[in-house]
Design a binder for this molecule. Structure first.
Ligand SMILES: Cc1cc2nc3c(=O)[nH]c(=O)nc-3n(C[C@H](O)[C@H](O)[C@H](O)COP(=O)(O)OP(=O)(O)OC[C@H]3O[C@@H](n4cnc5c(N)ncnc54)[C@H](O)[C@@H]3O)c2cc1C
Ligand code: FES
Ligand code: FES
Length: 1302
């Protein structure tokens, strides 16, 4: 018996004991060990950022296995005997990089870089686990690694390029340090330490007993020991078995426990055996291993063909790493404890007739069918799940599984279903006996559809009446629960019927009519592919050269610094926000006494500590935004104060112990509809008006009205908000994740009441922002600085994802209504619209400023009247989110065009073409609605350009090009034919044209400093922008090298600081990279002029860069320069884009595939084509999330945002993005008024993803038409699977085998 847990990390021995807690997860431990490359985003197993490789011995077979695993879920005490490899074990800048890291960089697969170590480790895990792999394997292992920046295409391509040979070659290369063959783990300390860890692994598992603070940790090495521990536990002890501990990723708040029993060392629990009588799995066998055994059995054992279907379904259970870790027994125990948990594993095995053996120190072993298992009270009986047996299945049995989920991978089921029925196919497909029909995700009690089972029993599936009887029985017996996070009851009833119908269609095969046959099958995503086209422009290299990201390698190796990962400082404290738990209530008291009594909790900072103004918004804003709530809590999650403690764990504990009391609790206003019943806040933005809409309507032959809804969107930056504040002798040094360092500086100065010059803000890079870190981070920064000043110690506050998602706002939800008048040919005569946006609880960071002027897009209409309305709700202050307002404006117009086309029965493309704006048009930009945005520069509305001139509307040409390159006409016909022939699968194709008005406020200063170093000619640049993944620094390096005529390799970009880059603007609105590049280029031009003069004076033309710099310095030439652009220097211009997307929809369930997307994007002459293509792909996919899966759901009583993590909030995964993704940058179109002929690319592509929604809409329209419903229907995004299925209006009475016969 030992009281220590030993393991190795990258070959180095580690030992832990009572110094950690049962909750300390491996990722936390790694950070404490200064292994900071392993990132943490969700902390709940849903994003893949924290991936590591685990190698361990199977306690039963003694064989070594390696697999990728999620370190945020692994308890460090559960790592005994493991070899852990982290990203630091692969490669680094000193010893060289691993081939996987190289490939990711070469393919431009990293942008903000926060997901990159996790991506690399996933791929590395597969190469260590398998001796060969296919492209499909590569796509599969990326199922749970989320990336918000890239759109995944380059990551998938990068990893597909890694061959077995590459990995083997990596192993034969000599390590420059040791001279030994490289194992691809450069930082393993030494061969000796590795051997010693291996030999430890080989030893027989040892029992462990650790007395921790407040808990005991047992690790028995045999079943008997486990029983002894259980029987010794006093009655009422709260204990938990720890298998892989992934369960806490879903059910977070079940502890604390006084006893933890790790059951991973019990040999028989890891046993898997296959025989003709069944497959047997010990309790710890992972889902992945079961899948592998099922696969083998399905090929080699008679009666196990069905197992392949389990494998197929389970590929959608969590992600690869989760399945590598999670066991069936943990999954079952979770299902037993939480009946409503829609376990795919449980449901599929129940229908397969699996049987579980359990044991207890008291009552001996018992066998349970899965029906009965759910009635067990495991804890009361001290019962352990021991073994699962899956029997063979007769060939007569039809076994079918379904998982209906809001996205393709790494997602829990909205609902799932399993069917098992014996069918006599020779006898009219009669069901023999009672079938088994199971549904999950209905309510906590529902499993068996007894009524439907009875309806089918001994009846023919070819009999329409039987089918209808079963569907009706199903409808009558399913009573879904009413939880806000679940889809509607109607959807679940409808889909339950659909799934039964699908199963029947699958069984009867071609007995059913060909038109309905496609209803039987699942959607199958093809292997991903892509194309990227751009001009080479070699004449101006290194500018415009397709270079890789300058920080690429340090991002892919985890060496890149982000605030949360900066090394800990002496005496550093950790901050954790105390937030309100009631929206719309008066705060009576905040009692911190219990929190402050916790040893290690050092203090609380609240409103009483604000020595300046309790307002994080700086002067130019029309409204204040309190740092800490004052009298009332306006929304659930509003900051009330900050607890500071010695560790992050303690500060969290302390914050939870603060008691807040409320009274005057009012019902929260949570939606635009509810807010419209309240008085409107003022001021409101001015309408955008041109011409006279009433006259336009009078002249119209058709006047149409409709509405468009856009839901809330979370930025989903992978690096959560974070600030480190360090008191210094001249104020505070602040390291923060901010898109606008200078505003953060001002905000802190204002809240603390200190001169801005004493607040030294530094931003090196951030792990994604998308607008969420323009002003939202100032809440964290100001509170942390208050705490650092009060405690006189460094304080670091790193939010977890749930806090980011509840405390901070995202994209404004919008509801827009419109009225459009057209002539008989669909020409626009008048467009009138009201765009209502939900600003959250206070109208700052307005999204609705850019929306009305964006509406016209690339179209001409004599009469416009677009009115922005902003409402307030009891939700966090919403803020700018990639392409704010413009997305809603442009897509409103696209909706109008589609509506016109439907109403006039015209091809939407023709309507677009007929309305394209002629060359030389002016696109007005409404001053009024831009007033607030303009205010950011501290100027009034005069600082806003009044219009953007469209010298040439190149959309027509771009459209022609796209029509040909994407073969649109042919594909449209194919889609039509497909839809005519299929009732239950529909395809949709849509083409969109867009003019994105890139509006640069007249005053948008970006302060840059370029310093050349005399000794070696190396160049350091510090600029006012923020590298947040968009490739700003890469463009800057290219610009500097181009302008100065020096090699790119000598240029480095330093952090943005409030001193060197004072008074710079924020990085947002597609303005950051662009304006920064301008500012840097102007500084370089000034330097270049001085250097050219030196060159001339020396009369040597071919002077090397180094010699030139030396000569200049020797002559006393100033080889540093700064520049800050003044009013109007950077100009506004239109950006054009066209896009075509094709989708396939499963009408019966609402699930869909994005089959192909073609984008032709105008980037001027790109400064850096790989950067720009990446922006296009990433922007498109972020938009796809907005339009198809992302939404906010609230608890109506407290106002809590329930979609506060990866379990309920779904951004697209690598399996959701267009399967065939083709991006071209428009050729040979320099932008004469653009910075270095270029155009901005980071925001304009977002609205193009509306093609996905419009293509889906077309597919839905075809499905509705089959049911007899034609005409326009309103669009309320997201078109998620629930909405899509509901819009298709599938009546169960249409679920027949022979539609023609009716
Ligand atoms: C991000 C994420 C996504 C997921 N997605 C899906 C999904 O799509 N579909 C799906 O079906 N599931 C899903 N799951 C659930 C997942 O399958 C389970 O978390 C996992 O299988 C649990 O196994 P474990 O070994 O980690 O159990 P643990 O977390 O170690 O244990 C979980 C519970 O089981 C108890 N327990 C463990 N072993 C035994 C035993 N032998 N006897 C009695 N009690 C025991 C423990 O006391 C604990 O209460 C997901 C989980 C996460 C975190
Ligand atoms: S941080 Fe571990 S999976 Fe997200
Ligand atoms: S690069 Fe993937 S999240 Fe930023």
């Amino acid at each position: 018996m030992t009281d220590k847990v030993t393991f190795t990390i990258n070959g180095e021995q580690h030992e832990v004991g009572a110094d950690v807690s049962a909750d300390t997860c491996l990722s936390t431990y790694l950070h404490a060990q200064h292994l900071r490359g392993t990132r943490v985003t969700c902390g709940t197993g849903g994003c893949g950022a924290c991936m590591v490789l685990v190698t361990r011995l199977d306690p039963d077979s003694g064989e070594k296995t390696s697999y990728s695993a999620l370190s945020c879920l692994i308890p460090v005490l559960g790592c005994s005997g493991w070899e852990i490899t982290t990203i630091e074990g692969l490669g680094n800048r000193f010893e060289g990089y691993h081939i996987i890291q190289d490939r990711l960089v070469e393919h431009y697969g990293t942008q903000c870089g926060y997901c990159s170590p996790g991506m690399v480790m996933s791929m590395y895990g597969m190469t260590q686990e398998k001796s060969s792999w296919t492209d499909s394997d590569v796509e599969r292992i990326l199922d749970a690694n989320l990336c918000r920046c890239t759109g995944y295409r380059p990551i998938v391509d990068a990893f597909k390029s890694v061959t077995v040979q590459d990995i083997e070659d990596a192993h034969t290369l000599s390590c420059p340090r040791t001279g030994q063959p490289c194992k691809g783990r450069c930082s393993l300390k030494s061969a000796d330490s590795k051997t010693s860890s291996c030999s430890k692994l080989g030893e027989k598992p040892e029992s462990r007993l650790l007395q921790l603070r407040g808990a005991t940790w047992h690790q028995p090495a045999s079943l008997q020991e486990l029983y002894d521990i259980l029987s010794d536990l006093p009655q009422g002890t709260k204990y938990r078995f720890v298998c892989s501990d992934t369960g806490k990723g879903i059910f977070h708040d079940e502890g604390p426990y006084s006893v933890y029993i790790s059951i991973t060392s019990i040999p028989e629990f890891s046993r898997a055996a296959a025989s003709p009588s069944g497959l047997v799995f010990g309790a710890n066998v992972s889902i992945s291993r079961m899948m592998s055994e099922f696969s083998t059995a399905s090929q080699s054992l008679s009666g196990f063909g069905f197992a392949e279907k389990i494998v197929k379904m389970w590929k959608r259970v969590g992600g690869t790493a989760l399945r590598n870790m999670g066991s069936w027994s943990g999954n079952f125990a979770m299902k037993i404890a939480h009946r409503a948990f829609p376990s795919d594993v449980f449901l599929s095995l129940m229908a397969a007739g699996a049987v579980v053996k359990s044991g207890s120190p008291y009552g001996g072993d018992k066998e349970h069918t899965l029906d009965h298992l759910l009635d067990l009270d495991l804890e009361a009986e001290r019962r352990v799940l021991l073994e699962l047996r899956v029997p063979p299945m007769s060939d007569e049995v039809v076994y079918r599984l379904f998982k209906i989920a809001p996205r393709s991978a790494n997602v829990h089921a909205y609902m799932n279903a399993a069917f098992s029925m014996r069918v006599d196919s020779a006898n009219a497909h009669a069901v023999i006996g009672r079938p088994m029909i199971l549904f999950g995700g209905i309510n906590e009690d529902f499993l068996h559809a007894w009524g439907a089972e009875a309806a089918l029993e001994d009846n023919s599936l070819e009999d329409e009446a039987t089918v209808q009887a079963a569907l009706t029985a199903l409808r009558d017996e399913i009573h879904p629960d009413d939880l806000p996070v679940n889809p509607s009851a109607k959807y679940r009833i409808d889909v339950a019927q659909s799934l039964l119908y699908k199963t029947i269609l699958g069984i009867v095969g071609d007995i059913a009519d060909a038109s309905v046959a496609s209803g039987a099958s699942d959607l199958e995503r093809p292997l991903a592919s892509g194309q990227q086209n751009y001009d080479e422009n070699t004449d101006r290299w290194p500018l415009s050269k397709p270079v890789t990201k300058v920080e690429g390698h340090i991002q892919c190796s985890g060496e890149a610094d982000y605030v949360a990962d900066l090394p800990p400082l002496c005496e550093e404290l950790s901050g954790c926000f105390v937030t309100s738990t009631q929206a719309n209530a008066r705060i009576v008291s905040i009692d911190t006494s219990a929190a402050l009594a916790i040893p290690g909790v050092e203090g609380f900072v609240g409103i009483q500590d604000v020595t300046g103004i309790n307002n994080i918004q700086v002067l130019q804003w029309p409204f204040p935004e309190p740092l800490f709530a004052e009298e009332r809590s306006s929304y659930f999650g509003q900051p009330l104060g900050l607890i500071v403690a010695k560790t992050a764990e303690l500060s969290k504990q302390g914050a939870a112990a603060v008691v807040v009391t409320y009274d005057d609790i009012q019902a929260p206003v949570l939606t635009i509809k509810e807010a419209q019943q309240q008085p409107l806040p003022s001021p409101q933005g001015d309408p955008f008006v041109e011409g006279d809409v009433e006259a336009g309507f009078a002249a119209s032959t058709h006047v149409l009205e409709g509405g468009v809804g856009h839901d809330w969107q979370y930025h989903f930056y992978m690096e959560n908000q974070a600030t480190l504040a360090i008191p210094t002798d001249d104020g505070l040094d602040v390291f923060t994740a901010s898109q606008w360092a200078i505003e953060t500086q001002r905000s802190i100065g204002q809240v603390l009441g200190v001169p801005d010059s004493t607040v030294n803000v530094s931003v090196k890079r951030i792990g994604g922002g998308f607008g969420g870190k323009i002003t939202r981070g100032n809440i964290i920064a100001a509170a942390t600085c208050l705490a650092a000043r009060k405690m006189r110690k460094p304080v670091r506050t790193v939010l977890d994802m749930a806090t980011c998602m509840t405390m901070l706002g995202g994209r404004d939800p919008f509801w827009s209504t419109y009225k459009v008048g057209v002539d008989a040919e669909g020409r626009l005569l008048a467009v009138q619209a009201t765009m209502t946006s939900d600003a959250g609880y206070v109208n700052v960071d307005p999204n609705n400023t850019g929306s009305p002027p964006a509406v016209p897009s690339c179209y001409i209409c004599p009469n416009w009247e677009i009115t922005p309305v902003t409402v307030l709700t009891n939700t966090p202050n919403n803020t700018w989110t990639r392409t704010p307002g413009t997305t809603e404006g442009v897509t409103l117009m696209e909706t109008i065009i589609e509506h016109v086309a439907v109403a006039l029965n015209l091809d939407p493309l023709l309507v677009r073409q007929r309305n394209l704006m002629p060359d030389g048009s002016f696109r007005r930009v409404s001053e009024g609605v831009f007033r607030l945005r303009c205010g950011r520069g501290g100027r009034d509305a005069i600082a806003i350009p009044k219009q953007v001139k469209v010298e040439k509307n190149i959309i027509g040409d771009m459209l022609t090009q796209l029509m040909s390159s994407a073969d649109v006409e042919n594909r449209k016909q194919m889609v039509d034919t497909f839809n005519k022939n299929h009732l239950w699968k529909k395809r949709g194709i849509s083409v969109m044209t867009m003019l994105w008005p890139h509006v640069v406020p007249l005053l948008y200063p970006m302060n840059s400093l370029v310093s050349i170093n005399q000794r070696d000619g190396s160049v350091a640049v510090s600029h006012g922008g923020t590298e947040l993944g968009q490739g700003m620094n890469t463009k800057v390096v290219q610009v500097v090298a181009y302008e100065l005529g020096c090699p790119m390799e000598v240029v480095v970009v330093k952090p943005t600081t409030s001193h060197a880059n004072a008074n710079s603007q924020g990085t947002d609105g597609a303005l950051g990279s662009y304006t920064t590049a301008y500012s840097v280029s102007e500084a370089c031009k000034k330097l270049r002029a001085r250097l050219d003069a030196v060159r001339q004076s020396l009369g040597v033309e071919d002077l090397s860069w180094k010699d030139l710099i030396k000569a200049a310095a020797n002559e006393g030439v100033d080889i540093s320069e700064r520049y800050c652009n003044g009013p109007g220097e950077v100009q506004s211009y239109p950006v054009f884009g066209v896009c075509c997307t094709e989708i396939e929809l499963d009408v019966l369930t609402g699930q869909f595939l994005v089959l192909r997307t073609d984008i032709l994007q105008d980037a001027g002459t790109s400064m850096s084509p790989m950067v720009d293509v990446a922006q296009v792909e990433g922007g498109f996919v972020m938009g796809q999330g907005l339009f198809t899966s992302e939404k906010a759901i609230y608890d109506p009583a407290t106002g809590r945002r329930l979609t506060d993590g990866t379990w309920h909030y779904q951004v697209p995964t690598a399996h959701d993005v267009p399967a065939d993704f083709r991006v071209s940058l428009l050729s040979n179109t320099p932008n004469p008024i653009g910075v270095l002929d270029s155009k901005a690319t980071s925001e304009p592509p977002v609205p193009l993803s509306y093609t996905v929604l419009m293509a889906l809409r077309n597919a839905v329209a075809s499905a509705r038409a089959d049911g007899g419903t034609v005409g326009w229907f309103n669009i309320e995004a997201p078109f998620n699977v629930e909405k899509l299925q509901q819009l298709c209006l599938v009546e169960p009475s249409r679920m027949v085998l022979h539609p023609g016969a009716r």
